[in-house]
Structures are given as C-alpha cells and as structure tokens.
Design a binder for this molecule. Sequence first.
Ligand SMILES: C[S@@+](CC[C@H](N)C(=O)[O-])C[C@H]1O[C@@H](n2cnc3c(N)ncnc32)[C@H](O)[C@@H]1O
Length: 502
Amino acid sequence: MISEARKYQAFYTKSTPIVDYMVSRLSLKPSDTIFEPCGGDGVFVEAILNENEFAHIDICELNSKSIEVLKEKFSHFLNVNIRECDTLLDSELDFNSCFGGYYDKIIANPPYGAWQDYSKRTVLKKLYPDLYAKESYGLFLYRCIQLLKEDGILSFIIPDTFLNLHMHKALRKHIFTNTQIVELALFPSSFFPGVNFGYANLSIITLRKKSDIKACMNNTFSVINNFDEVEQLNNVKDNSLKTFTFKQEDVFNNPDHAFLIAENSDILKLINHSKLKIGDIADCVTGFYSGDDKRFLQVISPELKNGKNYDLVNTDSISSDYKNNADILSGIDGDKHFLPIVKGGNTKYLKPESWFMNWSKEAVQHYKTDKKSRFQNPKYYFKFGIGVPMISSSSITASLIENKLFDQSIVGIFPKDESLTYYLLAFFNSPTCNKLIRTINPSANNPANYIKKIPVIIPEKSVLDLITEKAKRIVDSIKQKGIYDEKTETEIWTIIEEVYKI
Ligand SMILES: C[S@@+](CC[C@H](N)C(=O)[O-])C[C@H]1O[C@@H](n2cnc3c(N)ncnc32)[C@H](O)[C@@H]1O
C-alpha cells in the first residue's frame, strides 16, 4: 500500500524562512490575483493573508483530507476560493491558460516525483508531450507558467535536478523562452524540515512571464548558493553567500540549455568551447548485472563492506586464464568458472580483487536470457579501460579495469587510442576533472552521458608521457607494495591543472 504522504507527496513547507523568502519574491500588490496550485495545509496562503487579508487567492488541492483542512482554515475568507481538483488536468485551469494566463502571482511547493498511476501518466504524456511525465514538479512548473499573466511572477520550491538533467531539457527551454528568471536560490534539502526527499539539493526559482523572447534573452538573473543555514534566505546580501550573475541568453546557449554554475568563468569557457570531449575520444558504457547477485556473485571475505550478505568464493573456483579465452563471452567450462568483477566504490587507480562472478556456461546463458539481468555492452567486457563509479561519495574517482568484467554501478571508459588510458586515469582522479563534472552535473552522479560531455585536452607528448609514467607509478606502487603514492598523485594534479588552466 502506498502511503497518503507518498501518494500526494504531501511534504509541507514548515519553514518560516523559506515561506517568507518565497512570499517576498512575489512582490505582492493589493490587486493581485494569486494561485496556490497544491494547497496542502495552506502555509503559503496563511503567509500571504498575513500580509494582506483581502488578497484574492485561488487554491487547488487533490487530496480531500487537505481540502477539509483548507476549508476549516480559510472558508470564512470570501476572497479565498478553494477547489478540490487536479491542477494538471483541470479544465477550468486549461481555459485560464488559453488566453495568455490569468494569475498575477503563483506560489508553490509542488509534489516531487509524485506517484501517478499509469492511466494518468498516459494522459499527462499526451498533454505535456515534451516534458518528463514521471517527475511531477516539472509539469506543475510548466502548467503554472502557462497560467501566469504577462509580467506575472511565480515562485516555486523544487529539486535542483531541472538545472542539468537531460530529461528536463524541454522544461529549461520553456523557461528560457517564456520567462525572465528573477532569482534562483540553491541550498541543501536538509533545510527543509523533517523530510528526507532523497534529493541532494533544493532550489527556489522565481520567474516573470514574458512573451517577448528578446526581453527573455537579454534578461540577467542571479543564482545564490553557499548557504550554511536556512535563515540566510532572509538576507541574501549576506557576505558569506555566493552570488553569480548570468545573462539568460548565455545560459540558453549552453549545451542542452543546462545551467552551468561555476565559480570560474574559465570552467564555463572550457565546457562550452573545448574541441574535444571524453565522448569523442573514448567509449563510455554501463556494465553488467547478473539479475540476482545473491545467487551469482561471491565475495573474497565477509569483512568487506556488504560482504556478509554473499557466499564466500572458493579460491579454487577462480579462473586464472580467462583473459586468454577467446570465447569468454560464452562462459567457462569446468569448475574454475568464477572471475573478478570491478564494482562501484570510490577507490582510486586500482581496486583489489574482492568480488567474483559466476561465469559458467549455464550462468552466462542465464544472463543472456533472464529479464532482470543486464548483459549490456558485452563487447567491452574483459577489455583494458577505466571504471568510474556511477555515484561518488565526494570527488569523482577512477580505477583501472584490467581486462575484467565491470558491473552496472560503473561506467566503463575505453579510450579509442589505448595509449591514453593512464593519462585519462590520472585525469579522472584529479580535482580539475571534478570541477568540470560537478559544473556539468552538480549532483554526485556520474552517468555515462555526463562523463561523455567532460572537455578533454590532450597535452603535448612530453607532458602526456610524464603523466602516463606517473600514473603507472601509482598503480605499480599499489600492486607491488600496497602503498598509495600520494606524493606522485599531488604532482599529477599540479601538471593537470597547468594543462587545463582552471
Ligand atoms: C509538497 S505538498 C505542498 C503543500 C503546501 N503547498 C506546502 O508547501 O506546505 C504538495 C501538495 O500537493 C497536493 N497535490 C498532489 N498532486 C496534486 C495535483 N495533481 N493537483 C493538486 N494538488 C496536488 C498534495 O496533496 C499536497 O498537499
């Protein structure tokens, strides 16, 4: 059973600084007609009525229990109109958005990723064909931009994923070409009391509707981040906050219209103008999944993180010559049919062999046919390349895939020119690369599509050879002495920084 809170994503904005900030961004006037598209228990409405008890407010809310609460609180206000309806599908709102909008101000904390049954998803997909229907907040934002009058203002608190994710490209385009962004505040989701959304960061976006595209493109807006505490929202001139100013046209012209927010304009220049990207010089692919790791995956020691949930591998069953087996993608005959697999986890340069996959003929046959298995990109299995974990705890990391299998929590990177492998291994482990990927995608995720977009510079041969030699030294030191050579690593960081100049 899905809980009421999850079904309606009823996480209310119980934070006075957040509510005050959002209401202040609306620059309310006594004559405004205001819309609250996801009423909940009415925190925004209360705050607006505190400023102006005669404010004309329309509230929509889907959940009948919340409607009861709203009616109890506000039905004695003749200027507040409460309707039980679906904001995304309601025909009265359709009508209001047809004729250039209806509302002067809109304020919302819409549901994030709200659960939608399949029939509704199909309807939404038809109504909002360019948008990502599974993520509800984007649909609410789009809908409310339609509902705004010319020069009307909207303030929304939503996850920051719309800034960069591919699936929100159409939404970004819509924002840039139909509105002027007024301000964007970015802060950790922990500022939002009591709920763990599973989203890394939240944002409050304030927009002004503008039908003149030139005026949209010429608009400049500020992005504020580096918040330590939620109260700073009520004093955005605070010196410890960072404010970046952008021309809307410049952000619109970024690849995929992504909001690239970097401290340093050289980082943006590199991302926008570099001739080479990782995707041009390497294949970046996701790895293998057995479909049932408890059954097929074994571990070298129960002490390993998550190790006790898996069977211990019998070292006699580990294949020692699989690298010479030309027919390895069909599986291995005989008892020695376990082989090492590179998994996620942020270990740099070289991971110890800790996990082993059943690669018997029968098992491989299973992987190729089972619905849950992912026998994907097999032509890259057992090749020499680099593995970058899909999720990084802090900085991006990379380790060698020395002709091994790699699992789906890893993006395998296989340079077209194999002699670049150690240089790229060093690059992916450098703060320079981290700056670039975190500008391309600020979340801690590194899916293949983002890795492909990282700009890359191939330095002159002497520098390339020097970095390659140092990266090999780090790998050899781990292999032979079990020692991580931090000194050499720092030397590499400095050289890479000189190459990229960021
Ligand atoms: C995240 S809560 C926010 C409530 C309130 N605005 C606040 O900030 O405290 C989202 C609210 O939207 C309502 N809701 C979800 N889907 C809706 C829809 N399609 N149409 C109207 N309301 C919806 C939920 O029932 C819930 O009360």
